[in-house]
Design a binder for this molecule. Sequence first.
Ligand code: AMP
Length: 293
Amino acid sequence: MQVIETIDGLRSARRALRGRVGVVPTMGALHDGHLALVEQARQDNDAVIVTIFVNPTQFAPGEDFASYPRDLQRDVALLQGAGADFVFTPTPALMYPPGFQTYVKVDQVTQGLEGDRRPGHFRGVATVVAKLFNLTQPDVAYFGQKDAQQVVVLRRMVADLNFPLEVAVIPTVRESDGLAMSSRNAYLTPEQRPAAGVIYRALVAAAQAYEEGERTPAHLRQVVKSVLKTEPLAEVEYVALNDPTTLVGVHEASEHPLLLSLVVRVGKPFLLDNCLLPWALNTRAGLSATLGV
Ligand code: AMP
């Protein structure tokens, strides 16, 4: 496995590759969720490029850009084990040199949910991912279900800007109590960590209610909130039901699949999670067919 730190180095490595190329963009501080993306990329492709870049433009002022966990040495060892061929580790100065002024703005699907909670976030994400696509020229790019709105935004960008690649969606990888793996889980204290398990129980309760025939969005959200309320350390930011293709809010009962997403604050971190309803859609095939365009 080769670690590449320059644009020229990446371009020449890419030019030498033949066959299908998969890319996995990450911000590092890798966990088994990231490694599931890399392992899937390894299975599907002839070569795998992983990028590690804590992208300053997707952090709003006051967010945790400076303190975001970074451990490149550990990440490189994990990626070697997972079968990556190349790791691209640019600096902010390399990605955003003086004079940089071109950004990608995706319209409707960046509104609501994380787009409202984190102004400017998806502009930063779309811009850096467009740059990484141009640099790595992948056939397939792998993203996690955990950031479902990100998948919808990037699929929209790929369609609208004619990037010649497929966006693959990998189901959320969870800890044993169901907490979605996240680099930001490291911010949880030992006292807060067990409390965060309530998030998964809330999703499962909604899926159960859906299974039993509940379709009214207000009732499904109530099911989620009533489970979250049992945990005093959990502060609800939002619980939302949206159309998984357009992200338009859903307020009437219907038989169309739903994206149930929530953000809950436990101590310092805002913890994100989501599931598709019906629950059976939370597979690679179900997600790929349902989330975004
Ligand atoms: P990040 O490093 O947080 O930018 O994440 C890099 C990629 O890994 C994104 O596509 C995430 O959606 C994905 N990812 C993060 N956590 C998980 C998880 N628990 N399961 C599956 N994918 C994940």
